[in-house]
Ligand binder design. Structure first.
Ligand code: NAD
Ligand code: MG
Length: 339
């Protein structure tokens, strides 16, 4: 947190936040509440324009927000950033200003080649926007990782830390990284372990039980519902806490059967996935897929949505009243995304 003796290096800066979704809203509100000068850049009458206005922020079109800004935070979806950069940022950003990202994908893979006369920096909170905001409101913060890709002003690192302070990250912890490490580890985590790995593990477990004749409802509870208990224990206290809170029988089964399922072949294939990320194959394929109108993405998504675990899951979750959102939470829904 900045104090009078250590003023935030962005104290006199105008900050343009482009995008008002999960991260954009949290960053804009936290920066404003830290006493910094914030303007939000959005497409007129886009889905979040009125939300930003209702939150009391100044909202203008992206190009106008960029003009006159000393720091431009690019917080739109990654795939729209190259066009946004070409059309609204590149022609308008001031020499010496800073261009900030929350994910290094476009810069690292050359989808955006920033002008040579601006700073290029990264601040990525290690949490979803909702937490970035709620922790800030409680006087705390979510740890952030930060990086400098290009420093023309000699102030790039100070601006990066000022921004991390402004969104509350400085109250928790900030860790230095670079665009390559942030981008490659972020993609690997979501593909191999979090989104891709975990969902395939759950589906394989569900299918194994159902194909063996067990009821889908029972299978759902065992392999999807109860995963939350285990993940919460990991989150709170790592493997140690998980092992403390499960039975001896569960522990013994973990030790002897876990490595039979997740064996050396899995790790070898994780290395293949990592290689595709590192050599740009994934980025090339994903960019081509996006430009083609997402034909495979839509088909593969539909396959997940049509899986029997989704029918049985919807039926069972409807009987879990603690899961039904209250209207206030539903209104904050855009903050709930992770990624
Ligand atoms: P989001 O999808 O939640 O929000 C995107 C916002 O951009 C919306 O306000 C949308 O209306 C706006 N938008 C879309 N197209 C636009 C355009 N052409 N011009 C102006 N605004 C436009 O996005 P997000 O999840 O907050 O992700 C933003 C960035 O943060 C990405 O780089 C992402 O990788 C990164 N990030 C996200 C998380 C997370 O938890 N969601 C965590 C760390 C980093
Ligand atoms: Mg999947």
């Amino acid at each position: 947190m900045s104090t009078d003796s250590h003023p935030n290096p962005l104290a006199k800066a105008r900050i343009a936040v482009l995008g008002y979704g999960s991260q954009g809203r949290a960053h804009a509100l936290n920066l404003r509440d830290s006493g910094l000068d914030v303007v939000v850049g959005l497409r007129p009458n886009g889905p979040t324009w009125h939300k930003a206005l209702a939150d009391g922020l100044q909202v203008v079109e992206p190009a106008e927000a960029v003009r006159g800004a000393d720091l431009v935070a690019v917080l739109t979806p990654d795939m729209v950033q190259p066009t946004l950069y070409k059309e609204s940022i590149e022609p308008n950003i001031k020499p010496g200003a800073a261009l900030l990202f929350a994910h290094g994908f476009n810069v690292h893979f050359g989808q955006i080649v920033p002008r040579a006369d601006i700073d290029v920096i990264l601040v990525a909170p290690k949490g979803p926007g909702a937490l970035v905001r709620s922790e800030y409101e409680r006087g705390r913060g979510v740890p952030c990782i930060w990086a400098v890709h290009q420093d023309v002003s000699g102030q790039a690192e100070a601006k990066t830390k000022g921004y991390a302070d402004g969104i509350g990250g400085g109250r928790a912890m900030i860790i230095k990284t670079d665009f390559k490490e942030e981008t490659e580890t972020d993609l690997f985590g979501e593909q191999a372990v979090l989104c891709g790995g975990a969902s395939e593990l759950v589906i394989a477990g569900f299918e194994t039980l159902v194909e063996a004749g067990y009821q889908p409802e029972i299978a759902y509870y065992e392999v999807m519902h109860e995963l939350k208990l285990i993940v919460d224990l990991f989150y709170e206290g790592g493997l140690t806490k998980m092992l403390q809170f499960v039975s001896e029988t569960a522990q013994y089964g973990d030790y002897v059967s876990g490595p039979r399922v997740i064996d050396a072949g899995v790790k070898a294939r994780m290395k293949d996935v990592l290689r595709d990320i590192q050599d740009g194959t994934f980025a090339r394929n994903w960019t081509a897929e996006y430009k083609a109108g997402l034909p495979n993405y839509k088909r593969l998504k539909q396959t997940d949505l049509d899986h029997p675990i989704e029918q049985v899951g919807a039926k069972l979750r409807a009987r879990m009243p603690w899961l039904q959102p209250n209207p206030a939470e539903a209104a904050a829904a855009p903050l709930k995304k992770v990624g």
